[in-house]
Ligand binder design. Structure first.
Ligand code: FES
Length: 109
């Protein structure tokens, strides 16, 4: 069963269903995760730093490539709304980028 660990949210572990789902939907169901454009690839507020397991995700989408070309999406980040978690993902470790943290949440770094 795929597992997503959010390192700087006290290593919160989210165990996922085996059906393919968007990472943003998985995160939003278990915690507050920013997504200003509603998951349409138009804002980058849903970005996640990928610490481990990124090679198991789907390829970057056109939206992600566009933001990289514009310098708004660093190489170590993916847009959670564009990432798919499938049964082929064993463990994904991510981090909330500083710029996308909510002020009222107690992050662990
Ligand atoms: S929610 Fe806006 S790009 Fe993902």
């Amino acid at each position: 069963m795929p597992e997503v660990i959010i390192e700087n949210l006290h290593s919160k572990a989210i165990h996922c269903e085996t059906k393919t789902e968007r990472l943003l939907d998985i995160l939003s169901a278990e915690t507050d995760w920013m997504s200003t454009c509603g998951g349409r690839g138009m804002c980058t507020t849903c970005a996640a730093q990928i610490l481990h397991g990124g090679e198991q995700l789907n390829h970057e989408t056109e939206a992600e490539l566009k933001w990289r070309r514009l310098g708004k999406l660093p190489e170590n980040e993916r847009l959670a709304c564009q990432c798919l978690i499938s049964k082929d993902v064993s463990s994904l470790k991510i981090r909330v980028p500083d710029r996308n943290k909510f002020p009222g949440i107690n992050y662990s770094d």
